[in-house]
Design a protein around this ligand. Structure first.
Ligand SMILES: [Zn+2]
Length: 90
């Protein structure tokens, strides 16, 4: 799978989900399968490059590495959750 299109798909998904929420998006959590052919560090680099200058710049990224090669998501990068900061929590 091409890394850049994978990252772009992920960012599209994050932006679509963020648009349905009131709060400001502050963090995203990804689950990275051990067979996904990309390291967490490398994924983070691509993410930071891809979000630079966009509305997602500076978004905190948590990457949970999923180490089991027999796991059904072992080859995938899954968007696990998004964190929002709500105005009424300030
Ligand atoms: Zn790369």
């Amino acid at each position: 799978m091409h890394e850049q299109s994978l990252i772009n798909n992920l960012l599209d998904k994050i932006q679509r989900l963020a648009a349905t929420e009131d709060g400001r998006l502050i963090a995203a959590t990804l689950r990275l399968g051990v067979l996904a052919h990309i390291s967490a560090e490398h994924l983070r680099e691509h993410f930071e490059q891809a979000t630079a200058g966009t509305s997602l710049e500076g978004l905190r990224l948590h990457i949970e590495e999923q180490p089991d090669i027999h796991h059904p998501e072992a080859q995938d990068i899954i968007l696990d959750s998004l964190e929002f900061e709500r105005a009424d929590e300030c």
